[in-house]
Design a protein around this ligand. Sequence first.
Ligand SMILES: [Zn+2]
Length: 520
Amino acid sequence: MTESRFKLVKLVKVLAGSLLLAVLALFTVASIRTLSLDVNVGLQLADWEKTNNLSLVINQQQREELLARFKEAIRIPTVSFSENESNTTALREFDAFLRKAFPTVFSSSLVRHEVVANYSHLFRVQGSQPDLVPYMLLAHIDVVPAAESDGWEAPPFSAKEINGFIYGRGTIDDKYAVMGILQALEYLLLKGYAPRRAFYIGLGHDEEVRGFNGAMNIVRLLKQRGVKLSFVLDEGLGILDGVIDGLEGPAALIGLSEKGSAIVKLSVSMAPGHASIPPRESSIGILASAVKRLEENPMPRLFGYGPERETFEHLAHKFKLPMKFVFSNLWLFSPVLSRLLERRPDSNAFVRTTTAVTMFNAGVKVNVLPSLAEAYVNLRIHSAQTLKEILELIQETVGDPRVKIELIHGFDPLPVSSADERSFGFQIIKKTVLDMFPAVTVAPGICIGNTDSRHFKDLTSDIYRFAPVWFKPGDSQRFHGINERISKKNYEEIVSFFFNLIQNCDIQKLPEPHSSVHEL
Ligand SMILES: [Zn+2]
């Protein structure tokens, strides 16, 4: 008896000892990782190829002109209402406006311009070195509808200035990019610039309604011509300032991927009947339970299995302890972290495939049992899942053969673009940002919405979604919301960004990776 108790005590001691050792080992590994993870330095300290970049100094007269052009762009209501309905008068007016606003772009012998699908534009700027793989800048001309009565401080197509901001639909989605890219090219051409690396500019006219006409026809043309692209840069993410709790300084997030999407229709059909002799379960009741089951059983947590992991690892060193420790070691903490992040709808979107029930229709008369009840569910698919997987999960969760499940429209999450030290597009964008804004931390990010750039995935493996638009807390609601605005200073920065980026793309080769030269 005593001997066996002795043995038990010894076993407990050994177990406790091993556990302590294991915790200590984990803690040591995690601490080393916390201290050594500083992915932001990267190529910034490396030896970059010398470039003779032209610099952009904007004088007062130019400033007034470039803002006047931007405001004129905002005033043209290029609204997409649906896939089949857009303001074509405004789109035609916008075409004429662009030609007038950027005469050098439209007349330069270096630029080939063509109208695609009546209202979209494709530009090819010729490079002097045909061996360099071209890249592409994307933006879109169309905007979502806006009504002043929704509570705008200024009419949505007025481009009115309030406290240094220009208000209007399209200011941050996406006319700053349309105008910023062309304005930068106009300035470059006026200064006699001729690129080494050729590039394309694509301006779609129906991005807000999925880009099936504009972007897809641009892609078709480029494919016919056998074009391959080094990278594509489109709208998407920006510079977050004070948006991420606990992060020191602003963060520029470059979108590497987009969530997938699915619209699923659930329906229940039953024989119609009179309300005086109802069956035990109605079509409405069956469908309501199915919808409830979907809401009560969210898709699995996948935080740490997509590009969101890289976002936190790149930003980790800009957090204080203990968050620095946690974010540097997502391999250890992602299960705990995902439980915290799922509590808020905006951070929950990074944790999993989200499920939103958006429509529910049934019944036509107060005393008739409806024969049909239907609901629509809108899902945004996490990078670590596929459309097929989520459809199977819906089937399983609904678990009722009386509920018919149909996929109306959907696509897989986009491939994840590269962001390492050999990734040309990512590093050039990063360098351009850091040259302009040295205090900003650059990190990869993920877009939870979709852009035209997804149609370009056969032309390149590297699609980035970014522009240096500054976002402060609350600004994200201005997207497709009320009081969309951009500061005058920020629009000027956008022009400078594209002015510098286009020239930086003339770099033929990236420097040797920082890690391979053993520099700390
Ligand atoms: Zn947009």
